[in-house]
Design a binder for this molecule. Sequence first.
Ligand code: MV4
Length: 447
Amino acid sequence: MFEKVLIANRGEIALRIHRACKEMGISTVAVHSTADADAMHVRLADEAVCIGPPPSKDSYLNIQAILSAATITGADAIHPGYGFLSENANFAEMVEEHGFTFIGPTPEHIRMMGDKITAKRIAEETGMPVVPGSKGSVDSVADALAIGEEFGYPVIVKATAGGGGRGMQLVRNPGEMEVNWKTARTEALAAFGNADVYIEKFLTKPRHIEIQVLCDTHGNAVHVGERDCSLQRRNQKVLEEAPSPALNEAQRKEIGETVADAMRKMKYRGVGTVEFLYENGEFFFIEMNTRLQVEHPISEMISGLDLAREQIRVASGAPLGYTQDDIKFQGHSIECRINAEDPENFMPCPGKITDYHAPGGLSVRVDSALYSGYSVPPHYDSMIAKLIVHGNNRNECLMRLRRALGEYVIGGIKTSIPLHQKLLENADFINGDYDIKWLEKFVGLTD
Ligand code: MV4
C-alpha cells in the first residue's frame, strides 16, 4: 500500500480523499493555489505545497508544478479527484513516467473514453446497448442527411471530443441539417481542436441513469447500482438519487451485470461511471466517466462501500476481495449539491461565510470544506457543499432531507439551499416523476 498520496485537487473532494487516506494509514500532501492558502484541504493535510496563482490553468492544471510537488514531498501516488486533471490521459501518462502511481484508470482507458466515437464503439463491442446512430464520424452533409433518413428525425450532432453536454446540435428536420452539422463542426474545432462529429437519434424525454462500477487489476469487476441524475440545469447536476425511482430490481440487476461484464471485457481498472439515457424501459449508452464522480456518496450510502478507499486499494494492485453477491443495496439516498449562487437567477455568489452550522444526526452526511470565517474564492466551481442523506425507503429519505436542509446555516453568502427546499415540496419530484427536461421547466428558465 502507498505511504504517501498527493491530492491534486481542492475543496470537498480533496477532503474526501484525505479522509480515505488517513483511515488507511496513508499520509497526505495537499497542493493549493495562492487563493487557497487558508483552505480546509490545506489545513488537514499532513503537508502542503503551493503550486501557483489563483487561475486553475496556473495551479490545479499546472502539470509540471504538481509533479514537482510530488517529487519534493516523496509521494508514491497522485489522486486527481474530479474535474481538473482527472480525465487528462497525458497527465496520467506523465504521472506514471515520473514513477508515481496514478490513482485512476490507465491512460489508454481515459483516452478511449474521452473520444466519444471510440467510447461508443467499445461500448457496443462489449455488449452494452447504445443510442442508435452513425457508426463513426460523419464527414459530409450528404452522409449526415443519409443518417437522418435512416434513423428518423429529430437527431443530435455531437462532438467526438466533447462530452458532458458540450458541443451538441439538435436537428429537427432535413432542412436544418446542413447549417447545424456545420455549426457543430465549427464549434467542436474551436472548443476541442477536433472538428469530428457523430450523429444519434435524439431521445425527447429520457432520464439520465448512470451505473457505478469498480474493477481491480485481477479481472474482477462489480457494479454498485445506479444513480438517477436527471435533475440537471445547463448540464450541471443539481440533485441525484440512488436507486432510481424508475427502475425495479430485475432491471437494475440486468443493466448492472451487462455493464460489469463490459468492464471485464475491456479490462477496465478503478472506479468508473457508465452513463445511459433511459426511455420507455430501454437503456442507451451515451458516455463513460473515468473518474470518481461528485455524486459517488449516494452509491456509498446504499451499498456500505467506501468508494474512495476502494479506488486507492485497487490502484495499489489489491484485489477487490468480494464479489457481486456480497454487495447488498439497502434503502435510499439523495445528494443535494449546494452552490454559492443566487437561488433565483443562479449567479455565482462567492464571499465570506459569516455563520456556519452543518446539519447532523442519523444518516446525514455533509461533504464540504467550508468553515465559519472561510471566504469562498471567485476563481473556482461554485459547489461548496454536498448534503447527502440516507433513509430506509425513499419517503424516509425525503423527510430526513427536508429536516437536514432546515438545519443547515450558511450565513454571509447566497446558496442554493432554498431551491432544494422548494424542489422537495414539489409533487412531481415527490412522486419521482421527472426526466432530463423537468428541472429547467421547474426553475422557469430554459436555454
Ligand atoms: C442526448 C440527449 C438526447 N438524445 N443524446 C447532454 C449531456 C451529455 N452527456 C449527453 N446529453 C444528452 N444527450 C441523445 N441521443 C439529451 C442530452 C441531454 C441531457 C442528458 C442528460 C441529462 C441532462 C440533459 C439535458 C439536455 C440534453
